[in-house]
Unconditional design. Structure first.
Length: 345
């Protein structure tokens, strides 16, 4: 009988919660007051049999302590809230939510590119942004008088010296060299990273941007493998039905070399300002790795062949999201960056 009452009130106390001073006072009167429940129960306890007294004594004391502790806890919390109210604050209001950040559009696209090539077995490789002449130029077959070596294009950190020029890398192709020097084929890797050019900053040019380089070297690798790989990439990135075309080009480190265009992502080939009414936009450069480059890196060019490609992540992103000014990427304007929160995550 008494035990049942205690069980029932224990549940009630445990479930009780308030930050309101009046409600808390009612709780105190109900349980701890001079005519309260605890007083009643202790009175009842006096009348029970000696055996019951033995078994209930401890339970009864614990019940009393529970009610007192609950009251103390709630009283402390309530005092804090009132102090806040006195100071003009309402501590029961929910806190200010903080904004969830967004991934940078370049990071989103880089991740998508990495995902697509990883399905084809390409791993990600990285290299230093500060490079020597050998890895950035010489090993890649750049002739001594090549304009890319000129002060106009390259940020040199140190000219000459024992190891030659030291510069901020002008392309991620330097990572190819490091990778091939460090081992033997097969190589199948993409190399995303930041590169630097000494250019005046405008809507169409920046002193730094991001590239993804790709390299595939093995026995019997042909230009057909290159075309199929890039065709797959474009279908995955821009959607099925996107057309590609290759135009002959020149790069010191590939032979033959090509530039690849895709059907315009805006007008689908009909003609618009983005594609200058041609229906095509250029997205990357590619070619078969020049045998000189393979030999420079200690790879037998009679046994192995390979292809390489390189693209600007900014360019790929511009075509995907129709961003017209390169400077937006590095200005950290949250109004710009937030727009891409829901895209591609
Ligand atoms: Zn177009």
């Amino acid at each position: 009988m008494l035990q049942d009452k205690i069980t029932q009130y224990t549940a009630e106390i445990n479930a009780f919660h308030t930050a309101n001073a009046d409600e808390l006072e009612q709780f105190r009167i109900k349980f701890l007051g001079t005519k309260g429940i605890i007083k009643d129960i202790f009175d009842e306890f006096k009348a029970v049999s000696p055996e019951e007294k033995r078994s209930l004594g401890k339970v009864l004391n614990e019940f009393k302590q529970l009610a007192e502790a609950k009251y103390q806890d709630l009283k402390e919390a309530e005092t804090e809230v009132s102090a806040g109210k006195d100071a003009g604050m309402d501590l029961t209001l929910p806190g200010e939510a903080f904004e969830v950040g967004a991934r940078h559009p370049l990071a989103l696209v880089r991740r998508e590119i990495v995902d697509i090539f990883s399905k084809l077995g390409f791993v990600v490789a990285e290299g230093p942004e500060i490079e020597d002449d050998w890895h950035n130029f010489s090993a890649l077959n750049f002739p001594e008088e090549h304009p890319a070596r000129d002060m106009q294009d390259t940020f040199f950190i140190k000219k000459g010296g024992e190891k030659g020029d030291i510069a901020l890398r002008t392309h991620t192709s330097s990572v190819q060299v490091r990778m091939m020097e460090a081992g033997q084929p097969p190589f199948r890797a993409i190399m995303p990273g930041r590169v630097y050019r000494n250019e005046a900053i405008s809507a169409r040019a920046h002193c730094f941007f991001h590239q993804v380089e790709g390299l595939y070297v093995d026995e019997n690798v042909s230009f057909a493998d290159l075309k199929q790989t890039l065709f797959y990439f474009v279908q995955e990135l821009y959607g099925e039905g996107t057309k590609v075309r290759f135009r002959p080009s020149y790069f010191p480190f590939t032979e033959p070399s090509a530039e690849m265009d895709i059907s315009c992502t805006i007008c689908k080939g009909a003609g618009c300002p983005l594609c200058k009414y041609s229906g095509w936009v250029e997205i990357l450069g590619c070619g078969m790795v020049d045998p000189n480059v393979l030999e420079n890196c200690g790879i037998d060019s009679k046994k192995y062949s390979g292809f390489a490609f390189g693209m600007g992540i900014e360019r790929i992103t511009n075509l995907k999201f129709e961003i017209k000014d390169l400077r937006l990427f590095s200005e950290n304007d949250s109004r710009f960056l937030k727009q891409y929160k829901s895209s591609l995550i």
